[in-house]
Design a binder for this molecule. Sequence first.
Ligand SMILES: C[S@@+](CC[C@H](N)C(=O)[O-])C[C@H]1O[C@@H](n2cnc3c(N)ncnc32)[C@H](O)[C@@H]1O
Length: 239
Amino acid sequence: MTGTDHARSFGAAAGAYARARPGYPDDAVDFLAAGARRVLDLGAGTGKFTEALLRRGREVVAVEPSTRMLAELRARLDVEAREGTAEATGLPDASVDAVVVAQAWHWVDPARAVPEVARVLRPGGTLGLVWNVRDESVPWVGRVWAIAQRGTEHEMRASAGNVGAPFGAGESFTTRFEHVTDRAGVLDLVASRSYVIVLPEAERADVLAEVGRVLDGEFGAGAEIRVPYLTHCTRFTLG
Ligand SMILES: C[S@@+](CC[C@H](N)C(=O)[O-])C[C@H]1O[C@@H](n2cnc3c(N)ncnc32)[C@H](O)[C@@H]1O
């Protein structure tokens, strides 16, 4: 399986993704789209960050390569949404004040995406990269995600260093929130991970059964489950 196949794998789990993945906190939007009126949500998926931008009063254009993710986004949100990639957005020059890439920069080719983002930004515009990372210092969270390939977020976030010219140095901000869900929600969360999506059916069922056993040992039937997250944001300003 190539990196491109892996990046495209999300479409197969678009429903689980939309149901299960947490949104983004308001203070992350305020940092990443500070002073911006029109914002490009790039790699928008099912629209989790789009939703947060709309809630904070921004005008949004969403761009996403997966037709199935885009269909979920269009069904959920009344917003301008186009098929495209970080390397070829299809937007006019200097047409947005900020670009935000939520949980997706590790899928792009920075050598082609950085000039494309710089092209669509107005002078002084910003590129914002954000990742929600579960707080695995909480013991049950560490146990569940040890089963579903723990720790890959740290590698993902390393890609935030890959921006460079014509952008200046990154400015960082981290905030914390809890995603309130239940047993089925945590199972959907695991099922929507790219590593789990691409497993053969029997192996995927084993992973989900093992996660179910950890949850049953930790929480009573029907319990509310609060999944703790750290939201790591980095903002780069066009020089
Ligand atoms: C983990 S999802 C994040 C979706 C959404 N931004 C969110 O925060 O929920 C990663 C998204 O990146 C998209 N993607 C993969 N390769 C991409 C590329 N080259 N350019 C733009 N988006 C890409 C995938 O289709 C997927 O929707």
